[in-house]
Ligand binder design. Structure first.
Ligand code: ATP
Ligand code: ATP
Ligand code: MG
Ligand code: MG
Lengths: 258, 258
């Protein structure tokens, strides 16, 4: 069975995209056939891993979600810059489409479209936008698991979890198998009081659903993104790359794909 | 004339909310009658400055935007924790309302509603969500100026500026007086290469529209938010508070309110 992971939270800037691309690279290096789908109109994931200028692509997530031909999913898949990692690119046009077209459709659209292509992959990662609108609902309806990044010292990234849970509950009506893969701490700097306090709150809120692997705050993440690379490509032996690999391995164990 | 500042960018986590509440406090300390309106369903600004539990409020931004009685705006205004700073609270219900109701209305709804209360204030600050949907369009149609936070080392916070400009252009059809107050660097740490590169790109992209005041990356911002305070309340003499005051003063000069 293909594992489909929606990386979701409405809190902005907590590392949804950076964990999506970095984990995708780590899964490929563990020999998993991986597809990354960028469901955020900002298209940040697309700009990091796309080989071609996204503007020149004939198909993207707008087609995936709105074309009348349900088999369009396979046409949307392209190879990324990373050997062994496929992708479906996003576009800013997805924002308007989500507001006008997608709102009239069932949130199970993506789920139905992915069913056609899922068998070719071990893991599909869905990067979602910072809101709980139609795109995130579609992602949660299509996913087998959802993964929640918590920003190490950002109290608001914890605050919004109840609202995410409400959206998850709605998605479970169409997708009862959806389960929490877990939450993990990103940009974690254990030296500050506020991060230690937040860790305590996260441990009591998530319990065993808090992954033990954490990603440290490191400028290597920002540098990698600025040069359109993953941290595994930019600095293979650095501590950020090691932390990403540890997180990926813990996820593989939790979803039963070791 | 009342200055209405929309703090807007679709990029998540760059400091829209933290600059909204910190600048609001700085403007009050400069003797300006200030109102902060939280247009983000996440309600982060509300949780920092609200005196009462927002769940107990009878009126919030949902009423402001959707009640049939246009004079509801005055009923939505409450005092915040900060003496001299008024606010209109948000609620997660705003998300669903924006997707269903607001989508059918003209983006000039907020503009019309604010016209009734604006005269009581020197400055109104609009905190917006991390997207370019209806709530941000309403904010841009109501504003006299828009302010764009750029995260010091986050290449994506610069990337998305063209998309924001497209939304601004649409807003200008209803609000021709809307002007760019400027962009400013937040979480800036000049010691890293990626931040210095980003500064260079921002200078060439914005020119004189890049404010010279910058907010440093400092855990005091995260600590203040975690204790529901502004940095001016939490550490009045710290360098973050001084930087916020400098930014506020530069803004007051740019909008002609010294
Ligand atoms: N562990 C980390 N240490 C330092 N910087 C990080 C880390 N993880 C992510 N970042 C940086 O933080 C910024 C925000 O991350 P990212 O864009 O992945 O968040 P996001 O949740 O996808 O944002 P959005 O809500 O806008 O989609 C980026 O510049 C990214 O490079
Ligand atoms: N200069 C700074 N230094 C360190 N941390 C900061 C700074 N400015 C903001 N932060 C922290 O970064 C996090 C994100 O900031 P904030 O929530 O204000 O961003 P936002 O753009 O409003 O996010 P969203 O897109 O979700 O609305 C918060 O935890 C905040 O405390
Ligand atoms: Mg993202
Ligand atoms: Mg905010």
């Amino acid at each position: 069975m293909t594992i489909i992971i929606a990386i979701a939270t409405q809190k902005g800037g907590v590392g949804k995209t950076s964990s999506a691309v970095n984990l995708a690279d780590a899964f490929v290096r563990r020999g998993k056939r991986t597809l990354l789908i960028d469901l955020d109109p900002q298209s940040n994931a697309t700009s990091i891993i796309s080989e071609v200028n996204p503007g020149k692509l004939r198909f993207n997530t707008v087609n995936l979600l709105l074309d009348s031909d349900p088999t369009v999913a396979s046409a949307c898949i392209i190879g990324s810059r990373i050997k062994g990692l496929d992708m479906i690119a996003s576009s800013i046009k997805l924002a308007r489409a989500a507001e006008t077209e997608l709102i009239r459709r069932n949130t199970t659209t993506l789920r139905k479209r992915l069913a056609i292509i899922a068998a070719d992959y071990d893991i599909i990662i869905l990067d979602s936008p910072p809101n709980l609108g139609r795109l995130t609902s579609n992602a949660l309806c299509a996913a087998t698991h959802y993964l929640v990044p918590i920003k190490g010292a950002d109290i608001f990234s914890l605050d919004g979890y109840e609202d995410l849970e409400a959206t998850v509950k709605e998605a479970k009506e169409d997708n009862p198998q959806l389960q929490l893969l877990g939450a993990f701490l990103n940009m974690y700097d254990g030296r500050t009081n506020v991060a230690q306090q937040l860790l305590g709150v996260a441990e009591s809120k998530f319990g065993k659903d808090l992954l033990s692997a954490r990603l440290p705050r490191s400028v290597q993440f920002e540098e990698a993104a600025a040069t359109s690379k993953t941290v595994l490509e930019a600095a293979r032996d650095g501590s950020p790359a090691k932390a990403v690999t540890e997180l990926a391995d813990e996820i593989l164990v939790r979803v039963g794909l070791t």
